[in-house]
Design a protein around this ligand. Structure first.
Ligand code: SF4
Length: 293
């Protein structure tokens, strides 16, 4: 970092924000959404630094498409930390995809296309289909035409992540989720606030890392000798983890190439699970190399 004082000030500020927020709303109401990735590992340690001996659960949703190294990492933490909770969705990923549809390109695209396939032709969907900028890319417009029958939807995240998390939250009487989301990740997170309330003004989400950046994170890891999942170290050197081979990944080809070399069994698993999407990506040369190229 350019200025070590900045690091210390940010640390001091974040610790105070965490202490004040958790004290204000009651520790018993919080849980941490724990993915086993870099941000949530930092969050896990930062919360402990702010509130030593806290009993806030760290909830890991094993979607069935997590990297094996991530599951192993979370399991090894759980051996010495009873606050780590592992939750599974009620149905396997393949059944969810077959029943509700496959994610394609992005959440927005999958959602709009799903509505379209149900026969809903709202102005927002037509505008997405027709817009030149920030709309459906030219190469994917054929999906709004007759004859395109692939079942696409945005329900994958909903069924594999949100529903099991909500169910656990309800059963365990927790009202506020703490996440490792950061504004620095860009996109819709640019305007992320630390505290999110619902329409009735009730706090439902707490994002203590919202204002920090990757440089600060790296400094925090180094100073506190924090061990991350093995995927963040050579030979993998992942910058982020998340669901493997997810069709929403912008650098999907790069991800699959790395997996082919270093994690061939997991690459093969992705090819089976995401086959209909990968086939279509390859057929049109979108996000994956065109067939026979
Ligand atoms: S990130 Fe991708 S693979 Fe994971 S649940 Fe969401 S859509 Fe499915």
């Amino acid at each position: 970092m350019n200025n070590m004082l900045d690091y210390e000030l940010t640390l001091f500020d974040r610790i105070n924000v965490i202490r004040d927020t958790i004290k204000k709303y009651g520790e018993e109401n919080f849980y941490i959404s724990f993915s086993g990735g870099k941000d949530s590992t930092i969050l896990h340690h930062l919360i402990d630094m702010a509130i030593p001996e806290n009993k806030i659960p760290r909830v890991f949703i094993n979607t069935g498409i997590e990297y094996k190294a991530i599951v192993d990492f979370v399991q090894s933490l759980a051996e010495n930390d009873p606050r780590i909770v592992m939750v599974k969705p009620s149905r396997p990923i393949i059944k969810v995809l077959e029943e509700y549809g496959y994610p394609f390109k992005s959440k927005e695209h999958s959602c709009k296309l799903h509505e379209w396939q149900l026969g809903h032709h709202a102005p927002s969907i037509i505008s997405y289909r027709d817009k030149e900028r920030y709309g459906c890319p030219k190469i994917l417009k054929y999906q709004f035409e007759e004859g395109f029958n692939m079942n696409i939807s945005h329900f994958c995240c909903h069924k594999l992540k949100k529903e099991p998390a909500k169910k656990w939250q309800k059963e365990n009487h927790k009202s506020i989720v703490i996440t490792g989301m950061m504004r620095a990740e860009g996109g819709q997170r640019n305007t992320l606030s630390c505290i999110l309330t619902n329409r009735s003004g009730k706090v439902i989400k707490f994002h203590p890392l919202a204002v920090i950046d990757k440089e600060w994170e790296d400094e925090f890891i180094q100073r506190n000798n924090i061990q991350l999942c093995s995927l963040y170290y050579p030979p993998f050197n992942f910058k982020r983890t998340g669901c493997k081979g997810c069709p929403f990944a912008l650098k999907l080809q790069e991800q699959l190439d790395i997996m082919e070399e270093l994690l061939p069994t997991e690459k093969a698993q992705c090819e089976i699970i995401w086959k209909p999407v990968y086939d279509e990506y390859r057929r049109i040369g979108y996000r994956l190399k065109k067939e026979n190229s």
